[in-house]
Design a protein around this ligand. Sequence first.
Ligand code: PMP
Length: 312
Amino acid sequence: MSTPNADWIWLDGEFIPWDQANLHILTHTLHYGLGVFEGTRAYKQEDGGTAVFRLGKHLERLERSGKILQIENTYDRDTMAAATLELIARNNLESCYLRHLVFIDAGVMGLHPKDNRIRTAIIAWPWGAYLGEDGLAKGIRCKVSSYVRHFPNSSMSKAKATGNYINSILAKREVVANGYDEAILLDTDGYVAEGSGENIFMVRDGVLKTPPLTSILEGITRETVIQLARDSDIRVEQVLSTRDELYTSDEIFLTGTAAEITPVREVDDRPVGTGTPGPVTKKLQDLYFGVIEGRRPEYRDWLSPVAFDRAA
Ligand code: PMP
């Protein structure tokens, strides 16, 4: 995977050259992992333009994460949205991944950084298929991790917090070291929770099942897929599932801004269904790509277009 790169970064209200976005080593978030962030994507549109997918929803979740963890972003949603669109234009990116990050600056050290400045960054760079083009087309191999998902009352799993990702990285490293593509984590009661950076869906007898929002992130792709499924008359149930239900599903797929809709072809060395992406997965994938690329006018409200000329 190539390292991120672009020309400009937005930091605390200003556009600065990529190489100058440097921070002090005592940046509080670096030491204790208390920061909130978003991962969002902008896509090249069928009409030749570029649009951010569900920007408003991502900025809303960023605000909610900040509220949960008491990290008050000093920039409001409209300012963040305008800065995001301008950043894409300035970097001349026809499609990209976006990272919004709200973090605690250097200042007081220790566990009560009451008056440290809250800082905000927006970064944009080109990023292809997170789990590979081959994974999107043919499906990936998953393994249930020995690491358990967050207990809901320990680290606040509804907040997209930087520190929460230690759990994800442990799980991902464990399964990749054993030759798998992605980890599936169970919750503290042993039910299926989510992937290391994705929500999970299972299909059995034409019904789509996904875990309820107890210990998992409120995924925006998850919400999108639920709506697309309902609009296509596919029944969706938000129910707890056990590990062995993964083994008897007809289809499984993971959803996320980075992973998009990635089919799972194998779990714990057992083929999922026929071992190739099934009809429900393919239908939703097709619909999703149509929506994000502006080919489905009925979902155009989810797209925020970039005005490239304004940044000249
Ligand atoms: N769960 C976790 C742990 C994640 O990191 C992500 C990626 N943000 C998701 C689910 C999917 O969320 P979204 O669809 O909003 O990207």
